[in-house]
Design a protein around this ligand. Sequence first.
Ligand code: UDP
Length: 474
Amino acid sequence: MFQVEVSARALSPFVELVGAARVEAIAREAEATRAMLGSHTVWNVNSTAAGGGVAEVLRSLLRYARGLGAEVRWLVIEGPPEFFAITKRLHNALHDNAGDGSPLGPEQAALYERVLAENCAQIERLIRPGDAVICHDPQTAGLIPHLRQLGERVVWRCHIGHEGPGVEADVGWRFLRKYLEGVPVAVFSRPAYVPSWFPRAHAVTLPPNIDPFSVKNEWMSELSVRAVLTTAGLVESAPGVCCPVYVGEDGAPHQVVSRANVIRMGGPPIWSVPLVVQVSRWDRMKDHIGLLAGFTKLLEQGDDLGAELILAGPAQGGVADDPEGPEVLREVEHAWQALSEQVRRRVHLAELPMVDRDENAAMVNALQRHATVVVQKSLREGFGLTVTEAMWKKRAVVASAVGGIQDQIDDGIEGLLVRDPSDASETARALRRVLESPELRVRMGDAAYKRVCSEYLSVSSLERWGWLIQLLYS
Ligand code: UDP
């Protein structure tokens, strides 16, 4: 178990986005929350410090909570690969997916509990009775009974889910249920994700947020975007135009120096090529292979739009709690190799370096900003942060109508939804519509940006979590 340091940030930059009155109201509420908390700390516990949606959400929330004077902290549990194989199986199950099909029986429960008991022993040294502890996702659910025994006020935050019952979802919930019985509050991203046996009175729905001022989402000039993508080897552009600079989390200028490891046939796409981009972990539920099929269909339809596809994700081993990544990347590479040469030339599989988290974020930011279309072709999605990130950047988004994405995008207004993710032709049609129409891209991009401003920025989450913490201590 280790602690992630998050530096405090002031809320003042949000004034220009949401107005002074709202920011002042949040500051007043924060004062009320602090008074109720007294000397207690709010702890967040998850299983990775980088590379997935949860880490992203935590960073973008905690820094402003700290800026408002709240005593909030972030702990990351650790465990052996066998533990993360079980938790990945659970993650897939809650999406009603069999994953690797491995058992979730007593043996797995024993290992899961042993690893969490070891982590809890370390957590116990830090926390004090009466603190609030927010445990994130199935990876940490087994901590809940221990923490409650210690007298903590526990919240379980579940970032994934499946609408209604399902064979695999039931398997996952059967495993987790005993740890969740009696938890005072559980937070889900959508009402439909609350399992039928969980008491409705203890379930709360809160969508996740993004930080518009993080390295991932901060404004970048076109010259910087060009320089970052060229240095990373993701796009080819005139050299020496500008330095690949971005503003790091420490507020100081930094430069991108690493190159992405890209599987491709020729060189990188040149700057003027329209790019279709998906950024996601190498996870079967992100349906990289389905997107390859949709993109192939698009190219097969003739009248060439000149587009190229970049599938970008973290470099191998970059996400601590995602052991399936390397295997999935290999599968995607095989699928790429099986494409016709004409299509293969247009597809790039990019592993983005994860050694420096800020540098990785700058690459993602630049890629999303340069994309003509950002795709999230998921088969399941609790709530797609990459979708929100692209919407914030006024990109045209094409995404599957699954899970939280259905709440994030009003079809035809803030992006295009693909109703049947298994239908490559539907994906191809949506891509074509967007690639062919600059007007549609601008209209949807503007609407998407407005939607994110009103609902999905850190300020919205601060309001909601402030209320929830007050509820816990009332
Ligand atoms: N991400 C990243 N680097 C990568 C790939 C993904 O920082 O190489 C980020 C991405 O920008 C987003 C998060 O990981 O912020 C993924 O969140 P999402 O909700 O889309 O999916 P999850 O990984 O939680 O299933």
